[in-house]
Design a protein around this ligand. Structure first.
Ligand code: 4AZ
Length: 411
């Protein structure tokens, strides 16, 4: 009897401890500092005061939303759209810095009524005094006023990078499915120990986006060299670009298919010239419709198990809804929110080995946006087995966070 009682006490104690720890780790209703067990209240996140040891609570406090790149800041646990009332370019410079960009291009304003409904409801005005402007301010800790209406009736949109254009591409010279010079100026060839292994996309003058499965286990910068502005491989004599840092998503696992995203930071910034250009990242909440025609490109194999291609190939592929892509016979049970499918259920056109990490690019009002990064598929171009791409709108926080953290300490 005593033994039984003792056992019961042990079970109860273990359960209580376990649940207690579990709740502590899950930080329910609170913000958790990185991977530590420290939890802070939601209102302490993005309040301008560092609470976490590594300052994580003051990161990811800014985002661009919707098709017009409306600026939003996180405040008191909610995302709020910034009124253009007291806006100025010094704040724009800070906002772009907080998004991890090295530069700022311009701000503009739009009538509040012309943006997506979801972003119209929670508004905020940011005003900053002179001393704030002289310090390296973060825009979310500028003194601010929450509002239900912007006095000007207008909200702020910002642009941090000229991206997504193809100044050297002339439509007349496209032949077959070999890409023309300047057609995909954001396409990168990632060489591992002097061989093309994967594709990538230029997203800023210093950052290349690729797939985690391309670099997992090989995340040593000195073993890689990047090539940009080229059509033909091999690249004898062409200048190889050195990599400074490789970061892959910490939740990526080689046996899983989620979080298949990585960034490479270049040792020296790129100079854009029409053959080398960045592609735009999409914005938060941007929706790319099923059936939208997008493009894939790369030096991958022309058939499953085949050799890589000498010339960069490209193909038109329509986006496929997750509903269709998750049907029985297609990829039932495999398509998560981190993935987007594109291609043809009848087969015939697809990405393949060696294309991984490369762009799934869609043109939207004359601007090209990176909608996916080539990730996986069963075989290549098989019936009912379209290509699966890492969904970039899902990865935006991660991307901007890495770029923002990497810029800390820069002036
Ligand atoms: C690969 O192995 C790979 N058909 C990339 C894309 C696809 C399949 C395989 C999609 O890199």
């Amino acid at each position: 009897m005593e033994l039984l009682f003792g056992g019961c006490v042990l079970v109860v104690v273990t359960l209580t401890l376990g649940i207690g720890l579990g709740v502590g780790l899950s930080c329910e209703g609170k913000f958790r500092c990185g991977t530590s067990s420290r939890c802070i209240s939601i209102s302490a996140q993005c309040d301008g005061i560092v609470d976490c040891e590594e300052g994580e609570d003051e990161l990811s406090c800014v985002r661009l939303s919707g098709k017009s790149s409306v600026l939003q800041v996180r405040s008191e646990g909610e995302w709020k759209t910034v009124c253009s009332d007291e806006w100025n370019s010094a704040l724009g410079v800070s906002a772009c810095k907080q998004l991890g960009y090295a530069r700022y291009v311009e701000s503009s304003s739009l009538p509040c009524s012309s943006i997506e409904q979801d972003f119209q409801n929670n508004l905020i005005s940011i005003n900053i005094n002179r001393s704030g402007l002289q310090q390296a301010i973060k825009i979310h800790n500028a003194s601010h006023l929450s509002k239900t209406q912007c006095s000007s009736g207008r909200v702020t949109t910002i642009k941090c990078l000229d991206c997504g254009t193809r100044p050297r591409f002339s439509r007349r010279i496209v032949g077959g499915n070999v890409s023309a010079s300047g057609q995909f100026p954001w396409q990168v060839s990632l060489h591992f120990q002097n061989e093309h292994l994967c594709g990538g996309s230029i997203i800023t003058s210093q950052w290349i986006l690729t797939a985690a499965h391309c670099v997992y286990g090989f995340a040593y910068p000195t073993l890689w060299a990047l090539h940009v502005g080229l059509i033909e491989q091999p690249v004898n004599g062409a200048q190889a670009l050195a990599v400074e840092k490789i970061i892959y998503h910490d939740r990526y696992r080689p046996k899983g298919l989620d979080y298949d995203i990585a960034l490479m930071k270049l040792a020296e910034p790129l100079i854009f010239n029409g053959y080398v250009e960045p592609i735009c990242l999409p914005n938060f909440g941007e929706n790319f419709e099923d059936g939208l025609i997008c493009w894939i490109s790369g030096w991958g194999a022309s058939e499953d198990g085949g050799e890589g291609s000498v010339s960069m190939h490209s193909a038109r592929v329509p986006l496929i809804s997750t509903k269709v892509c998750s049907q029985p016979g297609v990829y039932q049970g495999f398509i998560s929110s981190w993935m987007i499918c594109a291609g043809y259920l009848e087969g015939g056109t697809d990405s393949c080995q060696g294309d991984s990490g490369g762009p799934l690019a869609c043109e939207d009002m004359a601007v090209w946006k990176l909608v996916g990064a080539t990730s996986w598929g069963q075989g290549c171009a098989e019936r009912n087995k379209p290509g699966v791409y890492t969904r970039i709108t899902q990865s935006l926080y991660w991307i901007h966070l890495q770029m923002e953290v990497s810029r800390e300490g820069e002036t």
